[in-house]
Every structure is written in structure tokens, then in C-alpha cells.
Design a protein around this ligand. Structure first.
Ligand code: SF4
Ligand code: SF4
Length: 384
């Protein structure tokens, strides 16, 4: 059945498809782990083969076909490690069925020949005309050295070899389909030896590390305490607020979520697998079944991409949240929107918009005078 097309608002900033939360690595700072406690492997075990923890490629094609083609808003495939989806062949199968450009966030888990073969002849969909590479390969020093021995050299070689498979590879990021990105976690540094390896071959950049390491908060956030309230011991209780997103975030089973914390936290408990099967049996009629499927749980999705009634306006509603303080950094950090709002007009963008944060006096007192008067805060005597 062909589902109705979605009406994408101009304010939509990002489309993130989490094809799978499986990963071949286990980085200590993995952002999928809301606690960043270095136990990713136990939180996201490789599921038993008899139980499906992802939608099929056909279901993804049906769901993503609802998104109108746009040359400047790609669908970003991420995870976990998206190239592991559907036995490694899933990305190519999905791309074959949709017209969209995609960006791929990957750790390059397979040899270049295998990766290219698994793309199933769909390379052109990863070659959008953009100022930065569509294939963004992450460098994780500890894990890649553990797995490959000479991790960085192997990674650069793999990226460079994509030139043999129809991709543009250039040290200039605007001219290259592939680039390497390093999370600037304190344990990741760029050494002169690394520079000698990547210079003149493949673009290489550092990305700000978001989160707490030791007692230090890394990153710049619009909303005070949003990511470190609990992690840095400012409070034992999260706060209440109202929140809405400017991103379309879809989990491996097609559920649409209001923020990364809700998505990741749900998947650290195995994901909404039983709910998916029940919803599938009910023809994906989400509104009819959500209360039955998720009970009174606050961590519930906004909708499902295969629900014929799902509308993008479902994302624009402010919803109550009592988990403020556990937000994931990428949701509350200050950044540009896709129109470069921060660099060009000084307008800070965050993935989520938060209001009515119920802030107790003892936390307010620690903020700067400027922060204390922000319109999204409401002073309370006690934690709500
Ligand atoms: S490669 Fe990415 S998803 Fe996998 S463990 Fe490392 S940070 Fe997490
Ligand atoms: S306040 Fe934080 S945890 Fe709650 S919905 Fe917004 S981003 Fe998610």
C-alpha cells in the first residue's frame, strides 16, 4: 500500500534513520549509551538471529518513500553501525528503492570492496553536491587500534580505496565524498604521525566531544544543566519541562522519537520490539494502540513512520518531560541550523526547543545572572 506523502516543514533540520543499534566497536564514550559509562556492549548486545530487531528493507522503502525528495536535506543513515544492517546488505537494498540522497555515518567496518559491493550500485545517492562529505567515517583510536592494530593507517587506506569504486576522494572536503571525523574526546588526540598519514589524501576533522568526562562538561549548551544535572551530581532528580524537536528521528523499528535520550534509553532496555509486532499486526495504526502498547510510560514514541495517519505536525507539539537533566548533548548543544543560522545571524539553534523548565532555587543560584533570566526557566522552591 502506498502511504501518504509527508509535508516536510521548512524548519525541519535533520532526518536521522537509525537502521540498527548494533555496532562492531565498543567505544567508551559511545553516545548511544546515555550514561557514557563504557558498557555499550552489554547495553546493545547483538540480538539473537531468530528475533527481528529492525524493520525489513521493504518496510524502510515504504516508510522513507513518504519523504519528498530534497537535494539539500539528505536522509542520514546512522546507528550503531548502519553498514551492519540486514547482514551488511541493507543499506544498498534500501537505497535501491528510494530516490533520496543519503549521508552515511559509519566506522567503515568492512573492506572497501565489500562495502562498495554492499552498496548495490547505489553510489550516486551518496554523492550529493554538498560542502562536506556525504560518507562521514568516524575515527575511534582505542577501538580501531584494538581491532586493526594499525588503526589509523587502515582507516585512511580504506577511505582512499573508495576512489576505485566511483567515489570522489580528495583532501579538500568540498571535493570529497568521504571524510574522517574524530570525536575530540580527551582520549582521542591528533598526533604528528596521524597527520603524516592523512595529509594530502583524505579530509580529516575533529568534532566537539559532547558530555561529561571526569567532572568536566564538554560542549556548549543552550539550556543549563540539560546534560550534566545528574552526571555531575548537581541533583539526584531530573526536572520537569516541556519539549519539542526540530528533527525527524526514526529508530530501527520505525518508531519516531522526540529526542535522542528517549530513543537511546528505550533501546538500552531492548527496544520496543513487542510493541512493534503488536503495531504491525494492527496495520501500524499508532494512535489507536499507543496507550495499550506503552501504558503510562513517559518514554514513548511520537509516532510510527508506517502509520498512514502519521503527520510531521505531530513533531511540533510541546510535550511534558520529567527527564530534563539527562538530555543527550546533540539535542541541547548550541549549533547552526541547516541554514547556518548561528554563524550568519547569531541565532543559536538546538535540536530541541525546551520551555517551562521547573528549576529549584539552589540550582538557579549557581547560574549567571544572564542565564537566570532566560524565558525558558521557571523558578520553583523544590524539585518538581
Ligand atoms: S563506533 Fe559509534 S556507535 Fe559504535 S561504539 Fe563507537 S561511538 Fe558507539
Ligand atoms: S527535555 Fe531532554 S530528555 Fe526531555 S524530551 Fe527534551 S531533550 Fe528529551
Amino acid at each position: 500500500m502506498k502511504l501518504p506523502m509527508l509535508d516536510m516543514p521548512a524548519s525541519l533540520n535533520y532526518i536521522g534513520v537509525f537502521l540498527t543499534l548494533e555496532c562492531n566497536l565498543k567505544c567508551s564514550y559511545c553516545i548511544n549509551d546515555p550514561l557514557q559509562a563504557g558498557h555499550r556492549e552489554t547495553l546493545f548486545p547483538i540480538p539473537v538471529k531468530t528475533e527481528r530487531h529492525t524493520m525489513t528493507p521493504e518496510q524502510w522503502i515504504e516508510g522513507l518513500s513518504r519523504i519528498p525528495f530534497s537535494p539539500d536535506l539528505p536522509i542520514t543513515l546512522q546507528g550503531g553501525e548502519p553498514m551492519l544492517y540486514w547482514g551488511g546488505k541493507g543499506v544498498g537494498l534500501v537505497l535501491e528503492g528510494v530516490p533520496h540522497y543519503v549521508d552515511l555515518l559509519t566506522n567503515f567496518p568492512m573492506k572497501p570492496d565489500t562495502l562498495a559491493r554492499n552498496l548495490n550500485g547505489q553510489q550516486a545517492k551518496l554523492q550529493r553536491n554538498a560542502p562536506y562529505p556525504s560518507i562521514r567515517v568516524s575515527w575511534h583510536a582505542d577501538e580501531m587500534n584494538r581491532v586493526w592494530g594499525n588503526g589509523f593507517e587502515e582507516l585512511v587506506n580504506r577511505c582512499e580505496a573508495l576512489a576505485n569504486h566511483g567515489f570522489r576522494v580528495s583532501p579538500d572536503k568540498a571535493e570529497s565524498d568521504v571524510g574522517i571525523y574524530m570525536v575530540a574526546h580527551p582520549s582521542n588526540v591528533v598526533t604528528p604521525e596521524m597527520e603524516a598519514v592523512f595529509k594530502g589524501r583524505v579530509p580529516f576533522e575533529s568534532k566537539e566531544f559532547l558530555g561529561v568526562d571526569g567532572d568536566l562538561l564538554h560542549g556548549h549548551y543552550l539550556y543549563p544543566y540539560s546534560t550534566d544535572l545528574i552526571a555531575r551530581g548537581f541533583s539526584e532528580q531530573t526536572l520537569s519541562c516541556e519539549c519539542r524537536t526540530s528533527e525527524l528521528l526514526i529508530d530501527p523499528l520505525g518508531f519516531v522519537w522526540g529526542c535522542h535520550y528517549y530513543l537511546y534509553e528505550t533501546w538500552t532496555h531492548g527496544g520496543p520490539v513487542a510493541q512493534f509486532y503488536a503495531l504491525e499486526a494492527a496495520g501500524f495504526k499508532f494512535a489507536d494502540t499507543i496507550d495499550k502498547l506503552f501504558g503510562s510510560r513517559e518514554l514513548r514514541p511520537i509516532g510510527h513512520i508506517l502509520d498512514p495517519e502519521f503527520r510531521m505536525t505531530d513533531l511540533t507539539v510541546f510535550r511534558s518531560c520529567s527527564e530534563y537533566g539527562r538530555c543527550i548533548g546533540c539535542d541541547t548543544k548550541i549549533k547552526n541550523n541547516r541554514f547556518q543560522s548561528y554563524y550568519d545571524q547569531g541565532v543559536a539553534h538546538t535540536s530541541v526547543e525546551i520551555r517551562n523548565i521547573q528549576m529549584p532555587q539552589h540550582l538557579l543560584a549557581k547560574l549567571s545572572p544572564d542565564e537566570r533570566t532566560q524565558p525558558w526557566l521557571i523558578a520553583t522552591e523544590t524539585v518538581a
